[in-house]
Design a binder for this molecule. Structure first.
Ligand SMILES: C[S@@+](CC[C@H](N)C(=O)[O-])C[C@H]1O[C@@H](n2cnc3c(N)ncnc32)[C@H](O)[C@@H]1O
Length: 242
């Protein structure tokens, strides 16, 4: 497993949550959050089949990691997760898989900032003859909501420069009704108390994506959990606006 001083966290902020995370999520949302993962895998089948390098940031316990690896048979998966306890749970899922699939996963116990070390992910390092076939996909599921606005901008810009071909995104989205807004704010308070996240409220990620030239592929958008959650495949040459 790769370790790096960049993005390394001394304290596992999710150790308390990791053992109950999936049970809590299903208690509050039923199977809707798992379904949002599945929507991305199903909707992203075309992109995943072509994908040679898949980067999953903040994957937590690795919900549906087996299905993801099956849908992207040519890809190496770089799994970036700062919480050791979350990472271990994802690893135990992959350890049930055949050796070849296990060997396709690079485990990175660090925050997303690990990506910004130039040597980690650098398209100029891809051999020239592989460039044309190289397809880089990024997956973030219920991860962007932990980042501050400057961190979101930085990651969206990094993804553009790193020539990410498809960004598979799922997260909570900004609501208009006060009950849903209050519910999301309550979730933030819970996360602030248990994991000390710095972001205090939900940002309009779709607007931020738009500002950075990312747009949703036509008909890839799916809503879940009474429209609290939205998922889509984003590209830089998107065919339709969000
Ligand atoms: C709300 S959980 C979602 C987990 C998983 N994606 C899911 O949907 O089940 C957020 C995850 O992001 C991870 N995380 C928090 N800050 C991070 C950062 N800066 N870089 C990468 N991962 C981070 C946490 O450790 C946690 O596993």
């Amino acid at each position: 497993m790769k370790k790096s001083p960049v993005g390394h966290q001394d304290r596992d902020r999710y150790w308390l949550l990791s053992s109950v995370y999936e049970r809590l999520a299903s208690l509050v949302f039923g199977q809707e959050l798992v379904a949002a993962h599945r929507d991305l895998i199903e909707g992203g089948r075309g992109a995943l089949a072509q994908c040679t390098e898949l980067i999953w940031i903040g994957g937590g316990t690795g919900v549906l990691i087996e299905e993801l690896l099956s849908a992207a048979p040519q890809a190496t998966l770089t799994y970036i997760e700062p919480s050791k306890s979350m990472l271990k749970r994802a690893q135990s899922r992959v350890h049930q898989m055949v050796q070849r699939d296990q060997e396709r996963v690079i485990w990175v116990n660090a925050t997303h900032e690990w990506l910004y070390q130039r040597a980690q992910i650098d398209s100029s390092q891809t051999p020239a003859e592989d460039h044309a076939n190289h397809q880089r996909c990024l997956l973030t599921v219920f991860f962007m909501d932990v980042l501050t606005a400057p961190q979101c901008h930085e990651l969206m810009e990094w993804a553009r420069e790193a020539q990410v071909n498809t960004w598979l995104f799922a997260d909570f989205i900004v609501q208009t009704g006060w009950i849903k807004r209050a519910f999301i704010q309550w979730m933030y308070v819970c996360f602030m108390v248990t994991t000390q996240i710095k972001q205090r409220s939900l940002l309009d990620h779709l607007q931020l994506f738009h500002e950075h030239g990312w747009s949703a592929l036509k008909e890839s958008g799916r809503y879940r959990a009474h429209d609290l959650v939205f998922s889509a495949l984003l590209t830089q040459e998107g065919h339709t606006s969000l």
